[in-house]
Design a protein around this ligand. Structure first.
Ligand SMILES: Cc1ncc(COP(=O)(O)O)c(C=O)c1O
Length: 379
C-alpha cells in the first residue's frame, strides 16, 4: 500500500469504528427500501410500453445536447413533461443530482441570498455551494423563520427559497402554498425539488406536490426525477421558457455532458404515461397508512410523515444497523440510514412502501419491526 492508500485505509477504518462504513449490497428480500413507490420498474405494462416507445427509435446519442445529441425524441418528451408538470417548458438532465447542480449553479450567483431548508438533499446543498450564493439554512419547515429572513432587505441581489417538497428521509411535506405566498409577498424566487413527490401526489396528473398545492406557476423552477416513482432514471427541470433557455445556455452540468440516450427516453416516457393511474396511487397511500397505524398501535409514532416514506427513528448507528440486519434475516429489505444522510443521533430505518405490496406484507413487516425494536429496548 502506498501512502495515499494507507491514508484512505485509515479513513475507512475510522468510518467502520463509528458504524458509518458503507458497502454495496444488491437487494435481497422483499423491497421496502427502493424508491420504486409505484412498483413500476417490475410491472409488465412498463416493459411493454417501453418496447413500443423505443421501436424504430435511435438508441444512443453520443454527443452533448448542444451538438448532435438532441434527437426529436428529446424535444417531444420535453414538451410532454412540461404539460405533465404544468410548466411552460422543461429540460431533461442526466440525473436529479445534476439537475439540482445545473439549475442552482446557473440561476444563483454570489450576490444572491438563499433560504434553504436544513434537511434539503445533498444535491441542493452542493448546487448552492457551487453557485457561491449567500446561504441561510433555515430550521426544517420553519415558516416564521423564513418570513423573518425575507423581511430583511437584501439590496444588490435576489432572494431565493429552495426546498424539497416531499422530504426523502422524513416523509413530511413542505407547505408549498405558504411558501408561494411568502415568495410573492417578498418578491423572492421559489425553487422546489419535487423528486420524491413526482408520480405520487396531484389528483389530476399525479405530477407531484407542486400540482397538489397548485403552485406550478408560482415556482421559478421545479425539479423532478424519473428514478423514483416513475421507475427508471434521469430528471428534468420545469419552468418558464426563458428559464429553460437560460439553462440551455448557462448550465454547465447540462452543457458539458452527453445527452440522455433515446433508449432511456422511452423508459422515462413510459413512467409518465403509467404513473397517471390514480388506482395505484390511492392503494399506495392506503398501504402506507396501514403501516403507520400498525406501528403506532405498537408504540412507534410515525405520524409526522405522509405517503410511502415511513421513517422509524432509532438513534444510534449501531442499533439501526442491527435492526436492519434482523429485518433482512426475516426476508425484508429495509436499510439503515445513517449520517451524513441524516443528522447524527437520528439514524433510522427508512421504510418505503410500494403499491405492489400486499396487506399481508405490510402487517408482517410491522410485526417484525415492533418485535425487533422492543427486544432491542428490553435486551
Ligand atoms: C430530493 C432529491 N433530489 C434529487 C435527488 C437526486 O436524484 P437522482 O437520483 O436522479 O440523481 C434525490 C435522490 O435521491 C433526492 O432525494
Amino acid at each position: 500500500m502506498n501512502d495515499l492508500e494507507k491514508a484512505l485505509k485509515d479513513g475507512l477504518d475510522r468510518l467502520a469504528e463509528e458504524n458509518l462504513s458503507r458497502t454495496l449490497e444488491p437487494g435481497a428480500g422483499l423491497d421496502f427500501t427502493s424508491n420504486d413507490y409505484l412498483g413500476l420498474s417490475t410491472a409488465p405494462g412498463f416493459r411493454e410500453r417501453i418496447s413500443t416507445l423505443i421501436e424504430n427509435q435511435a438508441l444512443s446519442a453520443p454527443a452533448s445536447r448542444l451538438l448532435r445529441g438532441t434527437h426529436p425524441a428529446h424535444l417531444d418528451l420535453e414538451k410532454k413533461l412540461a404539460e405533465f408538470k404544468g410548466t411552460e417548458a422543461a429540460l431533461i438532465f442526466p440525473t436529479g443530482y445534476q439537475a439540482n447542480l445545473g439549475l442552482l449553479s446557473a440561476l444563483l450567483g454570489p450576490e444572491d441570498r438563499v433560504l434553504s431548508d436544513e434537511l434539503n438533499h445533498a444535491s441542493i446543498i452542493d448546487g448552492l455551494r457551487l453557485s457561491g450564493a449567500q446561504k441561510c439554512i433555515v430550521p426544517h419547515l420553519d415558516l416564521n423563520r423564513i418570513e423573518e429572513e425575507l423581511s430583511r432587505p437584501h439590496p444588490g441581489g435576489r432572494t431565493f427559497i429552495v426546498t424539497e417538497s416531499y422530504f426523502s428521509m422524513d416523509g413530511d411535506i413542505a407547505p408549498l402554498g405558504d411558501y408561494a405566498e411568502l415568495a410573492e409577498k417578498y418578491s423572492a424566487a421559489l425553487v422546489v425539488d419535487d423528486a420524491h413527490a413526482t408520480g405520487l401526489f396531484g389528483d389530476v396528473r399525479g405530477s407531484g406536490l407542486a400540482e397538489e398545492f397548485g403552485v406550478e406557476s408560482s415556482c421559478s423552477a421545479i425539479v423532478s426525477t424519473f428514478g423514483k416513482a416513475l421507475g427508471s432514471f434521469g430528471a428534468f427541470v420545469g419552468g418558464s421558457r426563458v428559464l429553460i433557455d437560460w439553462l440551455i445556455n448557462r448550465s454547465r452540468p447540462f452543457i458539458f455532458s452527453t445527452a440522455t440516450p433515446p433508449l432511456l427516453l422511452g423508459m422515462m416516457e413510459a413512467g409518465v404515461d403509467l404513473c397517471g393511474d390514480p388506482g395505484a396511487r390511492t392503494r399506495l397511500h392506503s398501504l402506507a397508512e396501514r403501516l403507520r397505524n400498525a406501528l403506532s398501535a405498537g408504540g412507534i409514532d410515525c405520524s409526522a410523515s405522509r405517503g410511502p416514506i415511513v421513517p422509524v427513528i432509532i438513534g444510534s448507528n449501531e442499533a439501526a444497523l442491527d435492526a436492519a440486519g434482523k429485518l433482512g434475516e426475516e426476508g425484508f429489505d429495509v436499510r439503515a440510514i445513517r449520517p451524513p444522510t441524516v443528522a447524527p443521533g437520528s439514524a433510522r430505518l427508512r421504510i418505503s412502501v410500494h403499491a405492489d405490496h400486499c396487506e399481508n406484507d405490510i402487517d408482517r413487516l410491522a410485526a417484525s419491526v415492533l418485535r425487533i425494536l422492543t427486544q432491542e429496548k428490553t435486551g
